[in-house]
Design a protein. Sequence first.
Length: 457
Amino acid sequence: MSIPIYLLERNDWHTHVEAIGGAPLLQWASMCGLGEKHRSSTLIYPDAEGNIALVILLCDTPLNLWSCANLATDLPQGTYRLVCKYLSEIIEEDVKCELALGWKLQQYHFGRYKARTYALPELEMSDCIKQHITPFVQAITTARDLINTPPADMGPEELADAAHTIAKTYHAKYHCIEGKKIASDYPAIHAVGKGSPRAPRLIELRWGQKTAPLVTLIGKGVCFDTGGLDIKSASGMLLMKKDMGGAAVVLGLAKLIMAHGMPIQLRVLIPAVENSVDGESFRPSDIIRMRKGISIEIGNTDAEGRLILADAITDACEEHPELIIDCATLTGAARVALGTDIPALFTNNDTIAQELMRIGKEHHDMVWHLPLYEGYADQISSPIADGNNVSTSAFGGAITAALFLKQFVTPTIDWVHLDMMAWNVKARAGRPLGGEAMGLRTLFYWLQQRYPHRPIA
Ligand SMILES: [Zn+2]
């Protein structure tokens, strides 16, 4: 028999506690200071044999996926069920799904180098809910694992292997461009990656019906970013295993899309490099003739992400998809503007911006629209090349980075660019410290709305 977890509203729990367990439970709750400031919102109540009879959790409403997530690691081992009937709102099936998803995301553990040594509590859920949340859990787990893996074990080759494994699982076509073909056809990917003995490459996945609308996802795959010759400081380099976070999010999103059989033709492009310090490294003041043909002067080798993305975007546009989404841990400036939780969203279609912002808020996976303000475009110009990879201004760096990418996007193609942290700087309910698939759920729900399953006639 499972142990009930009663979800009660923070401001209206006294009467319900009495209804659930009478005067002794009410007494126990007040003894433990339930609901008092600086005291716990969780109460564990034993039965006469010393087993757990029930759990009470005080929540703020409306509930969301993080509402009871902490319990998934805080409660003792056992099987639990959520009881929502004492809440003033009626809990819809999709909220139950979200609560279950939050529970599972809280239980994520990066165990490759240190296994978890304690058993976790289990949440009872219907087959329907299990079926619904499993692909989300798998997609987000994949993204988190890829980001959390240290760079020695997650170079361009290992990232390609991970993409290959995903392709096999969902019967997608896998292709990887390396060596001479990178040097000749993707000059920016080659330039950024050539300082590392771990060769740069362009990873490609294709899936879905040829007749369906083509959607291309692009993820920045800088497996480790020293900054190159314009080397980063020690503190700036410390988290740079996450500089392939965009690739990780895109691979997670691709998994979710394929698991749902979304009616699109999916193409995934991941330029994968290591930005290293070496005699072969590209230099500040070098000029790269990009795949698109335009010349870019290198103002700083640490602005490498936009260079490799530019070649991938050029390749993507050559097939005229109806939508391109790129995800990248691109600028510190986006973090200055929005903090570490909220990816900066840029798009050439304002309707899409509004939809993504709304869905992001609804699903507690926020993204926030910043403008592609052309007034700053002259900041990324060069007197001796068609452009520079960094801005002459210290301000608005997320915008100038997005403007840099925009030069490579065919204007008739809908384009979404997410500049994200891809990392939880502290643990919160459902979001353990470390790699995070920011924006993944928002992008998926938006794509699901844009490309709905049509009933078979
Ligand atoms: Zn960099």
